[in-house]
Design a binder for this molecule. Structure first.
Ligand SMILES: *[C@@H]1O[C@H](CO)[C@@H](O)[C@H](O)[C@H]1NC(C)=O
Ligand SMILES: *[C@@H]1O[C@H](CO)[C@@H](O)[C@H](O)[C@H]1NC(C)=O
Ligand SMILES: *[C@@H]1O[C@H](CO)[C@@H](O)[C@H](O)[C@H]1NC(C)=O
Ligand SMILES: *[C@@H]1O[C@H](CO)[C@@H](O)[C@H](O)[C@H]1NC(C)=O
Ligand SMILES: *[C@@H]1O[C@H](CO)[C@@H](O)[C@H](O)[C@H]1NC(C)=O
Ligand SMILES: *[C@@H]1O[C@H](CO)[C@@H](O)[C@H](O)[C@H]1NC(C)=O
Ligand SMILES: *[C@@H]1O[C@H](CO)[C@@H](O)[C@H](O)[C@H]1NC(C)=O
Ligand SMILES: *[C@@H]1O[C@H](CO)[C@@H](O)[C@H](O)[C@H]1NC(C)=O
Ligand SMILES: *[C@@H]1O[C@H](CO)[C@@H](O)[C@H](O)[C@H]1NC(C)=O
Length: 534
């Protein structure tokens, strides 16, 4: 009954004050944009889409609330002289909430519709009636397909990277998305968006940081989590344990690495005052796996001793890549990261089912970037490279790519002046993007601007990995946070996270704003109130 009245009331309002519940004008003639410098629009298509769902029926069944009515605007454009073709999609919903929201990508995908079908993000966003844009950044991408391992677009000829396409992926197409997306919103609803947001994690997190650094006027609020910033450096961390194994031509057993992961957690779990299978105070954790070489461990009931190589692999995972004289190149991973789990851990193993020696597969993004962008030689086999070649490629990567896609420029004063706000969070047990890359960047920003927390905040989530395992932050909560901050000036000192502890127990935490860290103060460890930020 109450629901029916609400619907009637909404219809009444729409009838009397059309402006308060705007519907888009989806006719092509209303969507013709004024000229945008540097962009040539090749085609625009607009379709009114009725009752459409993004819910993947193999994953979850859609209910009525998962079906949407919107105007689907697709524009294909080029940057004259760059010989590129970028596809930008914008969904303009009926009952628009007055806000524009750009959705970022993942892996090699800048974004694009295929990604929206893959990630669970789009449905809650359409339910909340944002006008949404996503761009393919100029290249086809399908996270599940071979194009993301051997991208046909990267080399225009042997040894020559398609630089405009790279720039599109790293930065330019993101700015275009803001400019064109907002223009379509204005044209279709007859009014500009009141607020503009960007939302993305991983590659999307890199994109959010790039926008704050390079295009500080584009968005009022940015959510950029588990960000793949320091792009030119961190892919070497993902394959440093592999290098250690390949150079020694020795591969530990998965069981041995599991035992080392367990020993690390055992050693450092309780440094925050509570046993929960999570290392929340890494700075206090002095665990050195190398001290365990030769000591006994249990593998599925069989007693064994840790090999030298297994402890070296764990050590390499934690320290991260080093140069020929032991000099720091980049960070490693936290000690509560599962070393080889799911085949994507930093010391991933591939073991024949029939038994015999394992090998060390390369993280696909590292493999791709080292072969295509750094060596510019797709035939390079990472399994065979020497320490010297590995280190040379690191130097090439920094030299040629840092300013293009490194996304680690701490100069955010223009973003501050523009009134922008950026929320970042990062799982401390991230197994793909080392969390210390986020704190390293944040430290640099703080060094330039001691009050950076006024407009840019980083929260660390103890025990959260890259894929949503552990105690993690929901899309909804991070969106609420940025909207409250931008529109009402309200921003909590903590961010709500939920999930399961390292012991598999359901729990909630209010995670801390870096540089503060979480510590147990007593009480039920599944409740946020039992922890404090110190
Ligand atoms: C949509 O815009 C076009 C062109 O501006 C106009 O002719 C048409 O009447 C508009 N439609 C509605 C429903 O407002
Ligand atoms: C929307 O589509 C679903 C599934 O195809 C259907 O069950 C439902 O009746 C449709 N709703 C409307 C309002 O057309
Ligand atoms: C979706 O619905 C079908 C038919 O009702 C059912 O067989 C299936 O188990 C459901 N799938 C999920 C993931 O709930
Ligand atoms: C939006 O339009 C594009 C271009 O026609 C099309 O490829 C895409 O499938 C459409 N998306 C939806 C949700 O209708
Ligand atoms: C432009 O790109 C197309 C492929 O997208 C290619 O076939 C063509 O040779 C390129 N033109 C120039 C001048 O590079
Ligand atoms: C990451 O930073 C913490 C301090 O926040 C430090 O204790 C730890 O050693 C660093 N990890 C790596 C791999 O450098
Ligand atoms: C242990 O492994 C490291 C790295 O592979 C090697 O440098 C060292 O010589 C080995 N130590 C022993 C005792 O085998
Ligand atoms: C790289 O070398 C390894 C070990 O020799 C081999 O198993 C693998 O197939 C090679 N990869 C490619 C892509 O050739
Ligand atoms: C902010 O924190 C307070 C208490 O710590 C909590 O009650 C409130 O729900 C939080 N607000 C948001 C938007 O998370």
């Amino acid at each position: 009954m109450a629901a029916k009245l609400l619907v009637l009331a909404a219809v009444g309002v729409a009838h009397c004050y059309a402006a308060s519940l705007p519907s888009p004008n989806c006719s092509l003639s209303s969507l013709t944009l004024p000229a945008v410098p540097g962009i040539k629009i090749l085609s625009t298509e607009a379709n009114s889409v009725r009752n459409y769902t993004f819910v993947n029926r193999e994953v979850a069944n859609a209910t009525a609330a998962d079906f949407f009515d919107f105007c689907n605007v697709t524009v294909v454009y080029t940057h004259p002289g760059w010989n590129d073709t970028v596809n930008l999609i914008t969904y303009l919903p009926d009952g628009w909430n007055g806000r524009f929201l750009a959705v970022g990508g993942g892996g090699m995908a800048a974004g694009g519709e295929a990604l929206l079908h893959l990630l669970p993000t789009i449905t809650p966003l359409l339910k909340r009636k944002f006008a949404i844009s996503t761009t393919d950044g100029g290249h086809p991408s399908d996270l599940a397909a071979a194009v993301d391992v051997d991208p046909p677009w990267v080399l225009t000829s042997p040894g020559n990277v398609d630089l405009p396409m790279l720039v599109n992926f790293a930065s330019r197409s993101l700015h275009d998305m803001a400019v064109l997306g907002k223009a379509f919103v204005g044209a279709a609803y007859g009014t500009a968006p009141k607020y503009s947001y960007f939302f993305g994690g991983s590659t999307g997190g890199q994109q959010g940081h790039m926008l704050a650094q390079r295009y500080p006027d584009d968005f009022d609020g940015i959510v950029a989590y588990k960000p793949a910033i320091n792009w030119a450096k961190f892919f070497f961390s993902n394959v440093y344990a592999k290098l250690t194994m390949d150079v020694a031509r020795e591969y530990p057993s998965p069981c041995e690495l599991d035992a080392l992961s367990a020993a690390a957690v055992e050693a450092c779990d309780e440094l925050d005052g509570v046993k929960d299978g999570i290392i929340s105070r890494p700075a206090l954790c002095l665990f050195d796996p190398r001290t365990l070489a030769g000591t006994a461990f249990d593998c599925d009931g069989a007693s064994s001793t840790f090999s030298n190589i297994s402890t070296q692999v764990a050590h390499a995972t934690y320290t991260g890549p080093r140069g020929p004289n032991g000099e720091f190149r980049w960070y490693g991973f936290s000690k509560d990261v599962s070393l080889h789990a799911k085949g994507t851990g930093p010391a991933a193993l591939a073991c024949p089912e029939t038994g015999g020696d394992c090998s060390a597969p390369a993280f696909h993004m590292s493999d791709l970037w080292l072969r295509y962008f750094y060596a510019k030689d797709p035939s390079l086999n990472l399994t065979h490279i020497t320490r010297e070649r590995f280190d040379d490629l690191f130097l090439v990567a920094v030299d040629e790519y840092e300013s293009v896609i490194g996304t680690a420029n701490p100069e955010l004063s223009r973003f501050r002046r523009a009134g922008g706000k950026m929320l970042s969070w990062h799982g401390m047990a991230d197994q793909l993007v080392p969390v210390n890359g986020s704190t390293d960047y944040y430290d640099q920003v703080l060094a330039k601007d001691a009050k950076a927390q006024d407009f840019y905040r980083l929260f660390l989530a103890p025990g959260a990995d890259h894929d949503g395992a552990g105690i993690t932050v929901s899309d909804e909560d991070s969106l609420d946070y940025i909207i409250n901050w931008v529109e009402h000036g309200k921003a909590n000192e903590t961010l709500r996270a939920a999930g399961t502890t390292g012991l598999g127990v359901p729990a909630q935490r209010d995670i801390c704003m870096y540089p503060r860290v979480q510590h147990y103060k007593g009480g039920d460890p599944t409740l946020p109130s039992s922890f404090t930020c110190t």
